[in-house]
Design a protein around this ligand. Structure first.
Ligand SMILES: NC(=O)c1ccc[n+]([C@@H]2O[C@H](COP(=O)([O-])OP(=O)(O)OC[C@H]3O[C@@H](n4cnc5c(N)ncnc54)[C@H](OP(=O)(O)O)[C@@H]3O)[C@@H](O)[C@H]2O)c1
Length: 169
């Protein structure tokens, strides 16, 4: 099983506000879609709730939602009551990658548990007054490379770059 994480952060490591994203960056959304399609996405219940109903479960991906609420319903998604139980379920996966797609609680738990093999982090050139943050990462623990850079343009109010981080063995 390979575990990856995908996130977009601002200059303060902010990832969201009022249970929503803080920017509209179509090229980054496209990267998210292309990178996770065909794989498994693991999301916290709040992040899942923030996805408009008509867009969930995210198509062409197996959606796994973490919740401690045994009455929660998410048609078309698998529910797990802990990150451990979820990863145990996918332990023997060889074809698909397990993508941790947030939000803040899930990123924090996955990184603290040391289960993440690689990360795709979009660094957005701005600050947005977030109320939810990505954890600080230990720069020495990861090798990084630039995947792509995007200048701001008529469709993107902010520039950003996408980096891939691979855990040092
Ligand atoms: N910028 C990005 O790339 C990005 C990506 C994703 C999300 N976001 C943003 O992040 C924000 C949401 O993040 P958040 O931290 O508030 O919430 P979250 O991590 O999406 O979800 C938290 C919920 O997940 C469940 N949960 C957490 N840990 C669990 C565990 N170990 N076992 C079982 N269930 C568990 C609980 O659900 P129950 O309460 O149902 O028990 C908890 O309330 C939004 O603003 C969203 O837009 C940003």
């Amino acid at each position: 099983m390979k575990v990856a994480l995908i996130v977009a952060i601002d200059k303060e490591r902010g990832i969201g506000k009022n249970n929503d994203l803080m920017w509209h960056l179509p090229a980054d959304m496209q990267f998210f879609k292309a990178t996770t399609s065909g794989h498994i996405v693991v999301t916290g219940r709040k992040n899942y709730d923030s996805i408009p109903e008509r867009f969930r479960p995210l198509p062409n991906r197996e959606n796994a939602v973490l919740t401690r609420n045994s009455h929660y319903e998410a048609p078309g998604a698998l529910l797990f009551s802990s990150l451990d139980a979820c990863l145990e379920h996918y332990r023997n996966e060889t074809e698909r990658t397990v993508f941790i797609i947030g939000g803040g609680q899930i990123y924090k738990e996955a990184l603290a548990a040391n289960v993440v093999d690689e990360m795709f982090i979009t660094h957005v050139h701005g600050t947005f007054g977030a109320d939810t943050f990505f954890p600080e990462i230990d720069a020495n623990a990861w090798n990084s490379e630039i995947v792509s850079t995007h200048a701001k343009d008529e469709k993107h109010a902010y520039g950003f770059e996408i980096l891939k981080y691979v855990r040092k063995s």
